[in-house]
Write a protein that binds this ligand. Structure first.
Ligand SMILES: Cc1cc2nc3c(=O)[nH]c(=O)nc-3n(C[C@H](O)[C@H](O)[C@H](O)COP(=O)(O)OP(=O)(O)OC[C@H]3O[C@@H](n4cnc5c(N)ncnc54)[C@H](O)[C@@H]3O)c2cc1C
Length: 468
């Protein structure tokens, strides 16, 4: 069966584009969802594809999908496998469609401030191509050195500059996409969609389940004339959050907003000072006004200006975790083993989106719920918008098999849903959150399923994940 598949795919795409040896199946078989965070879906991390194909163009993707539809084979699109929800993990006996060779910069239009890229282009390379034209990408996640344009669009990722430029999906102008049956379609890269919702939104954040993105045209942004970054320390979380709420309420729009507190390192169970990082950009006059207004607001809420050295360190180190991941996992001899060796911890990070008015109430409810379950909160934070609320938790290391932590995670996520929020703003659904999708979409799930059937009639694209 596997031999016949490899022979067919090689005939379609050429020898260099197909791999089926154990090392490649393992390398491209998993993403950054560790066993420790996968909870009930952990057994599915052991599934193995039969082949990895690496096309160079939309045409190659089309041939693969047309073949897979004819033979009812599952296909998992794969950028760099840095997703943290298991959306890019292999499916038994299926095909991994690796976009690594689709890494061409297609066009940079400095006058219109746009860039067009093949989907496997790593964000850092897209960023560099734009920088040569005094432009930059509006999406700057921790994982900029390791994630692809296609992966970022398909997860609708959020980065450091999301406060100014939105999530990755907000910056997409047009896509070249291959549908489940192999048809290549283009959503024209126009400045504003004419009819209904932009078709781009069918493919943004849907984790390769409705089509495989071959190329993307995105909005780029000028390198600012003036950029000022500053930080404020607050005595406790609530006062800093109130300051943020007032900054946004007054229409002041920072490009970067990152706020949070951490568990004290002295073991006392107390919390470190909460710190708010902000960056403003534009003309010097405008930035001065923003800084002065923001400083006044923060002072009213007991915020004290932090040092420039602190701010510089924060900004310089923003990609450090991704560079570590690149070195320790992506560039290691055996990425699968490297991924598994990271599974010793018993922790999770959660990113819910809530109405602003509910954020502090939600935090209080979670504090009670988590403390009753013996779960420690290492960090509370707000990133990119006052509505985007994150926390890093760790469970007991004494004999807990993770089941309790998994159940507790479900409880805080469904709590966010019941308070008018959404269970994840940043990383998508994948294997990890598939079981909560009915609660997330409600009656909209039926419309979503009809769209899925229309665009992927044989159900070959990333089945059994976000769609259950
Ligand atoms: C150290 C580290 C830091 C991170 N920091 C951030 C962060 O700051 N912000 C953030 O949002 N995320 C972050 N992530 C998560 C991850 O980097 C993002 O989810 C990223 O967008 C995934 O990109 P990728 O190319 O690796 O995609 P993959 O993990 O390969 O795939 C992700 C999903 O997209 C689909 N997909 C991939 N390419 C295509 C395509 N061409 N067409 C259709 N579907 C496709 C896959 O099937 C899968 O469903 C971080 C991860 C790590 C390991």
């Amino acid at each position: 069966m596997q031999k016949a598949l490899v022979k067919d795919l090689t005939a379609l795409l050429g020898r260099g584009a197909v791999a089926s040896d154990e090392a490649d199946l393992l390398r491209y078989g998993g993403d950054a969802l560790g066993v420790y965070r996968a909870f009930h879906s952990a057994p599915r991390l052991n599934e193995r594809a039969s082949a990895v194909v690496s096309p160079e163009s939309a045409d190659g993707i089309s041939k693969t999908l047309e073949y897979a539809t004819r033979n009812s084979l599952p296909v998992v699109p794969y950028g760099r496998g840095t997703g943290v929800m298991g959306a890019a993990t292999a499916i038994d006996s299926g095909i991994v469609l690796n976009t690594q060779r689709m890494n061409r910069i297609l066009k940079v239009d400095a006058d219109s401030r746009t860039g067009a890229f093949q989907s496997g282009t790593v964000l850092e390379n897209a960023h560099r191509a734009l920088a040569a034209n005094r432009l930059r990408l509006g999406h700057d996640p921790w994982s900029r050195p390791i994630a692809t344009i296609g992966g970022a669009i398909s997860t609708n990722g959020v980065g450091y500059t999301a406060s100014g430029h939105g999530a990755m999906g907000d910056q997409v102008l047009g896509l070249r996409v291959v549908l489940g049956d192999g048809e290549i379609v283009e959503t024209r890269a126009v400045p504003e969609a004419l009819f209904g919702s932009s078709l781009n939104h069918v493919f943004i954040g849907t984790e390769g389940s409705l089509g495989v993105i071959a190329e993307a045209t995105v909005q780029a942004f000028r390198v600012p004339v003036t950029w000022e970054m500053l930080c404020f320390d607050f005595p406790e979380f609530d006062s800093g959050f109130e300051a943020i709420n007032e900054v946004y309420g007054q229409g002041l729009r920072p490009t970067v907003m990152d706020y949070g507190d951490e568990l004290a390192s002295d073991g006392s169970g107390g919390r470190e000072t909460a710190t708010l990082y902000l960056a403003f950009e534009g003309s010097e006059k405008r930035v001065d006004a923003y800084v002065s207004d923001t400083t006044a607001i923060c002072s009213r809420h007991d915020g004290r200006r932090g040092s420039e050295a602190h701010v510089r360190r924060y900004w310089t180190n923003r990609h450090a975790s991704a560079l570590r991941y690149k070195r320790n996992v992506l560039e290691s001899e055996g990425p699968d083993d490297a991924r598994k060796s990271r599974s010793a911890y018993r922790m999770d990070y959660l990113h819910v989106a809530l109405p602003v008015s509910k954020v502090l109430e939600y935090r209080r409810k979670c504090e009670r719920l988590l403390s009753n379950e013996g779960v420690e909160v290492r960090e509370w934070s707000v990133w990119g918008r006052p509505e985007f609320f994150s926390f890093l938790i760790s469970g007991s290391e004494n004999g807990d098999d993770g089941a309790n932590l998994g159940r507790t995670v479900d409880r805080v996520l469904t709590l966010a849903q019941s308070m008018g929020g959404s269970m994840e703003y940043c990383h998508g659904v994948g294997l990890k959150l598939a079981h909560l999708m009915e609660a997330e979409l409600g009656t909209g799930m039926s419309a979503a399923h009809r769209i899925k059937r229309a665009l992927d009639p044989a159900g070959i694209l990333n089945p059994g994940k976000a769609w259950g």
